[in-house]
Write a protein that binds this ligand. Structure first.
Ligand code: CP
Length: 324
């Protein structure tokens, strides 16, 4: 793997390989092997132009557990505020010896630009770009669903026949986009539930069922209900019902939690707006996988860094692999 830019271009085999390597990484953590020597001598740069808690810290933990050196860059407080470009920022970090660049950026497509520009030779991992994709979030979500559903017997498996419902602010959600492509590639069927104003215009080309009524979607007994964060920072008032209205119609509250089928899991990528899209009862219930998702994120990111920096190099772009 040369870069990880999206899930839309991951093949089923690519995705299962990443999840299986993540299983191996999780096993080493469970056996309390704190550090693997695999990436000794490699340098991973976390290049974050947008805020993050989970993604940045778990990439840092993942790199360190593989014995890589880590450089953390945050746009806040950097020379970006003096107008330094993405090219100059990236090349500066490359000059300090970066072997992989993990980038989060507010502009959709920034990781692809970095990977295809020739500015740097380091592998590029998309840690969330605008409203486009967040591939490692989707991989850790798929890993969490697979592990909860199949336990220790999950290696080599997809998510065939499972039903996943994603509810919330689909319009602004890179998590939703990455999950739609990845979960369907792995064989799951995906339903999106959203206020009509928060459904993207290009959704007709997506392999999903669209619903507007959360209670109706819950009655179809999804195996996993994934609640999205309302992205108030990206929201135009024209798109959003009042918070009270949103919560009443599309929020996961105690009543809806009780209506979920037995065994159905409650997921959220974080950070959560408690009391808006998800109630405390739901977020903290035994059905909730929120903290499992965070823990699994480290294993999945270890797998991605391993495959990028120590695995076979199979070409520049997964999209070409699938389209071929
Ligand atoms: N889920 C997620 O991307 O969280 P952070 O923004 O905290 O990284």
């Amino acid at each position: 793997m040369r870069n990880l830019l999206d899930t839309a271009s991951l093949t089923r085999a690519d995705a299962i390989r990443i999840l299986d390597v993540a299983e191996d990484m999780a096993d080493t953590q469970q056996r309390e092997i704190k550090k693997l020597p695999t990436l000794r001598g490699k340098t991973v740069v976390n290049l974050f132009f947008e805020d993050s808690t989970r993604t940045r810290i778990s990439f840092e933990a993942a790199a360190k557990r593989l014995s890589a050196d880590v450089i953390n860059f945050s746009a806040k407080g950097s020379s970006v505020s003096k107008g330094e470009s993405l090219q100059d920022t990236a090349q500066t970090l490359q000059a300090m010896g970066a072997d992989a660049v993990v980038i989060r950026h507010g502009a959709s497509g920034a990781p692809r630009t970095l990977a295809s520009s020739g500015w740097i030779t380091a592998g590029v991992v998309n840690a969330g770009d605008g409203t486009h994709e967040h591939p490692t979030q989707a991989l850790l979500d798929a890993f969490t669903i697979r592990k909860r559903r199949f336990g220790g017997d999950s290696r080599g498996r997809g998510l065939d026949g499972l039903r996943v419902t994603i509810v919330g602010d689909v319009l602004h959600s890179r998590v939703a986009r990455s999950n739609v492509w990845l979960l369907t590639t792995l064989g799951a069927s995906v339903t999106l539930v959203s206020p009509p104003t928060l459904v993207p215009q290009d959704v007709s080309g997506w392999p999903v069922t669209i619903r507007y009524d959360l209670d109706e979607a819950i009655a179809h007994e999804p195996d996993a209900l994934m609640v999205l964060r309302i992205q108030l920072e990206r929201m135009s008032a024209a798109y959003f019902p009042t918070e009270r209205e949103y919560s009443r119609r599309w929020g996961l509250d105690a009543e809806r939690l009780a209506a979920l089928a037995p065994g159905s899991m409650v997921m959220h990528p974080g950070p959560m707006n408690r009391g808006l899209e998800i109630s405390a009862d739901a977020a903290d219930s035994p059905r909730s996988t929120v903290l499992e998702q965070v823990a699994n994120g480290v294993s999945v990111r270890m797998a991605v860094l391993y495959l990028l920096l120590a695995g076979e190099r199979t070409g520049d772009d997964h999209r070409e692999t699938k389209d071929d």
